[in-house]
Design a binder for this molecule. Structure first.
Ligand SMILES: Nc1ncnc2c1ncn2[C@@H]1O[C@H](COP(=O)(O)OP(=O)(O)OP(=O)(O)O)[C@@H](O)[C@H]1O
Length: 550
């Protein structure tokens, strides 16, 4: 178990804003209308305003916001001050009046359109063609922030659209859909996206290909392990991609062989960054962090501190779960990074190490300074229903089958902790006429992608898998996640659970456990701040044990 997994906590509210410098604001991105900012005077007597940050005027956006008031959520977006721009007294007074005003915001979609976020028309057109019309909250917060050259850590719950939140600002600046048509040095790779699994890597590649369109899809190159390396190297040479997406091992390998020129790369994305901190990725990640976007002569610049680093790559780190180990790592990898969440943007500097856990109800934990229990809550989509059902170990697969019938689930992901258990479970389900398949890391790349394709197509109803599928896998149709083996902790629970209930869809999570394991479920319930209700499956129906309070 990697050390970071034990740290489940993130303190998100820091009262002192960083007074550190921010460099290289070259663009002005318009403000999306319904994500709000509030300014505040800081030590150096310059208030924070949208103007100081390079966004549209605060007064204008505030007016626009009146139309957008909705029932859900509070929106407070704080940015660190942008030093070089002075604020007029008029702006200052507006900011002061609005100081610490919490505003209702649209949820789950904050901005009305992608064009409001400063994306180029070609890209917006392509998005509309693909059916993406309204940005999600996290996209509305992240896109302008990345367009403003900030290094960021993006955290929001599973299935909330984090992939486009970083891809869109990158594609605004590089490739055929970008804002300006400056010619490109064809040898340069301009963005590197690192993901911990082949499946996630391929999924990101598909997303980029979709946006680039058939004529330009060769401008993204996958560099995932398990696939033919020389073919990947040939494709790099022939297609001269602007963006590569891959797993740490393969990217590091090809880079070490001198076949991947990333020194002048502008963007480095670490998707599922907390997973990428795992021990087994350490050496490869070290190489990637040292080489991507590090121009020759940069080592000399490092001596000059963050300003020099700013002139190099922009680092974007992403996950639904950001333990404090990531906060620490992100501070050293990035340049004054910001923590971007659906409705808040704060300097990572203001995120404090977790305080000891205090017993408090989820409602209390939202308002208090100790947000130890809050991080996993923010990692879970609100549209999920959680149950647990007690059974004997030898009846677990049969309970799974009855659970699927009772809930009439069509597309099910069931997690087991040991690869060797998967085959037996598949056999038992198939024997009872339920189409099932196993997916794990011991299978070859082709077998893995064929199984996933069959599952996505609906040919397979139940996918029996292990932790491999817990991260990032996007199968919107998945309506049920079952834990046949207990997840290691609440962070792992959150990622597994997040395979269902994607982007506002309903989803159910059922943990099938033995009696002595119930206390672990109770503990996770407390840490996650969600109700996990006891239930049974009898006569083809779900029976919730209402009176059993955890
Ligand atoms: N603005 C949007 N409008 C409609 N659909 C969207 C939008 N943004 C993303 N989606 C879709 O939402 C789904 C979830 O997005 P994505 O996989 O990026 O979530 P995520 O936050 O990265 O999840 P995870 O934490 O599990 O990796 C995808 O199917 C994606 O195509």
């Amino acid at each position: 178990m990697p050390a970071f997994a034990a740290t489940r906590v993130l303190l998100l509210v820091g009262d002192t804003l960083s007074s550190r410098k921010f460099y290289g604001f070259s663009r002005v991105a318009p403000l999306y209308s319904s994500v709000r900012f509030f300014g505040r005077a800081n030590n150096e007597s310059e208030p924070l305003t949208l103007a100081t940050l390079g966004f549209k005027s605060e007064i204008e956006s505030t007016r626009g916001n009146d139309k957008n008031k909705l029932k859900h959520g509070i929106s407070t977006v704080e940015f660190p001050k942008r030093r070089e721009k002075k604020v007029s007294p008029k702006e200052t007074s507006v900011v002061k009046k609005k100081e610490r005003v919490d505003i209702e915001a649209l949820a789950p979609f904050a901005a009305k359109s992608f064009s409001e976020l400063g994306l180029p028309p070609l890209l917006v057109e392509r998005l509309e063609k693909e059916g993406y019309k309204v940005p999600t909250d996290v996209q509305a917060a992240a896109i302008p922030t990345i367009l403003n050259n900030h290094d960021v850590v993006i955290q929001s719950y599973t299935g909330s659209g984090k992939t486009l939140a970083y891809l869109l600002p990158i594609l605004s600046e590089i490739g055929p859909l970008k804002k300006n048509d400056e010619p490109r040095n064809k040898m340069d790779i301009e963005a590197v996206v690192v993901a911990p699994s082949r499946e996630l890597g391929m999924q990101i590649v598909r997303e980029v290909e979709k946006l680039l369109g058939p004529a330009d899809k060769r401008l993204v190159q996958q560099l995932v392990g398990g696939a033919n390396r020389s073919r990947q190297e040939e494709a790099l040479k022939k297609n001269k991609p602007v963006i590569v997406v891959g797993t740490p091992g393969r990217i590091a390998e090809i880079s070490a062989a001198g076949k991947l020129q990333t020194h002048s790369c502008r963007y480095l994305v670490l998707d599922e960054v907390d997973e990428l901190l795992a021990f087994n990725f350490r050496e490869d990640m070290h190489r990637i962090l040292e080489h991507v976007g590090r121009r020759s002569g940069a080592s000399q610049n490092i001596m000059n501190g963050s300003k020099a680093r700013r002139a190099e790559r922009q680092t974007i780190m992403v996950s639904a779960t950001i333990p404090f180990s990531v906060v620490r790592a992100a501070r050293s990898w990035g340049c004054d990074p910001l923590l971007v969440q659906a409705k808040s943007v704060v300097p990572l500097e203001s995120v404090n190490a977790p305080a000891p856990i205090k017993s408090e109800t989820p409602a209390q934990s939202n308002s208090g300074a100790n947000l130890q229990t809050q991080a996993p809550v923010q990692s879970l989509p609100p549209s999920l229903t959680h149950y647990y059902s007690v059974t004997r170990i030898q009846h677990k697969v049969d309970t799974l089958r009855r659970c699927i019938h009772a809930l009439d689930a069509k597309c099910v992901i069931a997690f087991m902790n040991h690869t060797r258990q998967l085959k037996d479970a598949v056999f038992k389900l198939e024997a009872r006429g339920m189409k099932a398949a196993e997916l794990h890391g011991d299978l070859g790349k082709l077998a893995r992608s064929t199984i996933l394709k069959r599952f996505r197509n609906g040919d397979v109803r139940v996918l029996l898998t292990n932790e491999l599928s817990a991260r990032g896998l996007d199968i919107p149709e998945c309506d049920l996640v079952v834990n046949l083996g207990l997840p290691t902790d609440s962070v792992h629970y959150a990622h597994r659970a997040g395979r269902t209930g994607r982007l506002g869809r309903k989803g159910t999570v059922v943990t099938i456990c033995e009696e002595p394991e119930v206390f672990v479920v109770k503990k996770m319930q407390k840490q996650l701040g969600v109700a996990i209700q006891s239930c049974e499956f009898a006569e083809g129906k779900l029976v919730v044990n209402e009176d059993e309070k955890l």
